[in-house]
Design a protein around this ligand. Structure first.
Ligand SMILES: Nc1ncnc2c1ncn2[C@@H]1O[C@H](COP(=O)(O)OP(=O)(O)OP(=O)(O)O)[C@@H](O)[C@H]1O
Ligand SMILES: [Mg+2]
Length: 175
């Protein structure tokens, strides 16, 4: 893992596991109710990131966290009774689908909400606490760009730095 820039935070991950670790780090800093949007290309690692976040949420590193590509919504309840929703709006072609899936209720829910393809919703997610953009950067490399308040960014940067090997461990990578 390499920190490409710290403000705004941009991290280059070299595997799905590294991307999931950043999701887990963000989860540890999130309040019980928040919206996190995940933007970027197909196969960018959005679901992978949420898998790490949900496993942290459930405190279960082996939890099965499938991509909501076809179900569109997957929901999780942790031991404390908190809820976390993972939504994928990629396949939404008509507003009626958003109504059927109850997106408005999910947005209002006292829960965490992770949204892939947020631009496919009718209403912009102006209330998102954190936004993460995913870009392909080579076969198993992905560039993750974070936009969130400093208290959320700090633990993600710390996790990225801790996982860095070589020259990036002490600070930002060059170039
Ligand atoms: N550095 C990396 N980070 C994340 N995923 C990676 C990385 N390198 C390879 N991969 C692979 O890329 C794929 C990412 O798939 P994932 O479903 O997370 O993407 P996605 O952004 O959710 O796509 P979609 O828009 O189709 O939902 C997985 O097969 C994963 O193993
Ligand atoms: Mg996905």
């Amino acid at each position: 893992m390499i920190i490409l820039s710290s403000d705004p935070l941009a991290v280059l991950t070299a595997s799905g596991d590294e991307t999931a670790a950043l999701g887990a780090a963000l989860m540890r800093a999130l309040p019980p109710r928040a919206v996190v949007t995940l933007e970027g290309e197909l196969g960018g690692g959005k679901s992978c990131f949420v898998r790490g976040a949900v496993r942290e949420f459930l405190k279960d590193p082996d939890a099965i966290v499938p991509s909501p590509t076809f179900t569109m919504v997957n929901g999780y309840v942790n031991a404390a009774g908190r809820r976390c929703w993972h939504v994928d709006l990629y396949r939404v072609r008509q507003p009626a689908v958003l109504v059927t899936m109850g997106l408005a209720d999910l947005r209002e829910a006292d829960a965490l909400l992770f949204v892939e393809w947020p631009d496919h919703a009718q209403e912009p997610f102006d209330d998102a606490l954190a936004r993460v953009r995913f870009e392909h950067a080579g076969e198993s490399r992905r560039r993750l760009l974070f936009q969130a308040p400093a208290p959320l960014i700090a633990p993600v940067a710390l996790a990225a730095r801790g996982a860095c090997s070589g020259p990036c461990a002490g600070g930002e990578a060059e170039g």
